[in-house]
Design a protein around this ligand. Structure first.
Ligand SMILES: CC(C)(COP(=O)(O)OP(=O)(O)OC[C@H]1O[C@@H](n2cnc3c(N)ncnc32)[C@H](O)[C@@H]1OP(=O)(O)O)[C@@H](O)C(=O)NCCC(=O)NCCS
Length: 172
């Protein structure tokens, strides 16, 4: 079983990586609706609304959409990673770390654990779409072995206000 799993991040804090629970919605709303403009700029041109977060939460079915959340010692959700099935063998991987927890190695730890989880679920190929200006995200995904396969312009609603999207691929 991959999760729950406790990991230590760069500031020594213990974070629990686990599957979401029914009563996590409020915690996820808090996380998504308090992301800074800086975090949102590579994702979308507007803030997350409560309704959107609720819809995202309801989509998690562990058949087509998988989610793992990161909880801090105070019980707050500070990051989420999603795997979205795109075909029998492949899935899209995304990671979002709240501003207050960025640059503490949580993003890469969570992404690494999700790759192992994806393997255990039988996926053979992972895809990530990353804004080419998103240096930290590109750095993490390339560090984990992803290779750029294509460059294109996607809608701002999924890739932020400006910048091309890079499609990265990892065979697992
Ligand atoms: C991108 C994101 C997931 C990274 O998470 P994080 O927890 O801050 O990342 P980590 O601390 O694990 O690692 C950051 C790495 O990027 C590097 N980095 C940070 N800023 C960088 C920059 N401007 N240029 C190059 N590398 C950079 C750090 O040095 C570190 O690498 P290292 O451990 O090899 O030294 C997080 O910033 C985030 O959620 N951003 C908003 C949403 C997003 O862009 N998601 C990605 C789309 S899937």
């Amino acid at each position: 079983m991959n999760f729950p799993k406790k990991v230590k991040i760069a500031n020594g804090e213990e974070i629990t990586l686990r599957f979401p629970k029914k009563d996590d919605l409020e915690k996820l709303i808090r996380m998504y609706t308090t992301l800074s403009e800086n975090s949102l700029r590579f994702l979308r041109p507007y803030e997350f609304s409560k309704e959107e977060v609720k819809k995202m939460f309801e989509r998690v079915d562990f058949e087509n959409v998988y989610s793992v959340v990161a909880e801090n010692e105070k019980g707050e959700i500070v990051a989420e990673s999603r795997l979205i099935k795109v075909s029998e063998n492949s899935a899209e991987l995304a990671v979002i770390v709240h501003d207050s927890y960025q640059n503490k190695k949580l993003g890469q730890t969570l992404a690494r654990e999700m790759i192992e989880f994806a393997k255990s679920r039988g996926f053979k190929r992972l895809i990530a779409f990353i804004n080419e200006r998103n240096r930290a995200a590109l750095h993490i995904f390339e560090k984990l072995g992803f290779k750029v396969e294509a460059r294109s312009y996607l809608e701002p609603s999924i890739m932020g206000k400006s910048g091309a999207a890079l499609k990265l691929v990892l065979q697992i």
